[in-house]
Design a protein around this ligand. Sequence first.
Ligand SMILES: Cc1cc2nc3c(=O)[nH]c(=O)nc-3n(C[C@H](O)[C@H](O)[C@H](O)COP(=O)(O)O)c2cc1C
Length: 188
Amino acid sequence: MSKMVGDNFADGIMALPSFPVVLVTVDQNIMTAAAFHFYSFNPASVMVGIKPDKYTHGLIQEKGEFGINIPTVDMLDKVQICGSLSGKNENKYAKAGLTPKRSNKIDSFIIAECPPVNLECKVVHRIEYEGSHSWFIGEIQQVHLAVNYVRDQALMFWLGQFRAVGGHLIEGADNSELFTVSFRGSEA
Ligand SMILES: Cc1cc2nc3c(=O)[nH]c(=O)nc-3n(C[C@H](O)[C@H](O)[C@H](O)COP(=O)(O)O)c2cc1C
């Protein structure tokens, strides 16, 4: 049985399960974001939602690029520091004890302590729609992926609750479309 919750349609958003936590790096700053999703396999691109009043918002607009760094559960304190201080006043690499690492294809740093996954992205589009977040679509220029990467240790967040991704339930779903990725120039 379901119930109607009246005119507050944001309740529908509050009810959503959880979102992946990423550390967005631009120039010399780091910002925690949970408004994050992949956008396309071909070209490989991701999207991140940043509120216009964030220091990071102006930096992304100025630089036209960002790094996506995937933290693990043992980095929760660093995630909270990067999600509460502003890079306008603080050096978050120093405050969180994180190490800036040179990127290959963008000017901005990526985070050395996030070896499972770092993505170097160029902004190709900003969604122009009046809402709480600006969504920047970034085409991936370079991927750093740890060889022993497992996603169980990744973090999720929503409404004040952090969760670990945890183990998977079944080995595979019976739908080949979910596994077949066609990349630019491939026949698949
Ligand atoms: C778990 C978590 C998730 C967050 N997700 C977002 C987000 O998706 N978009 C956003 O604009 N701010 C988000 N924030 C808030 C920013 O990270 C926070 O305001 C930060 O201090 C902004 O940094 P800046 O001023 O250096 O840009 C999140 C914070 C936390 C702790």
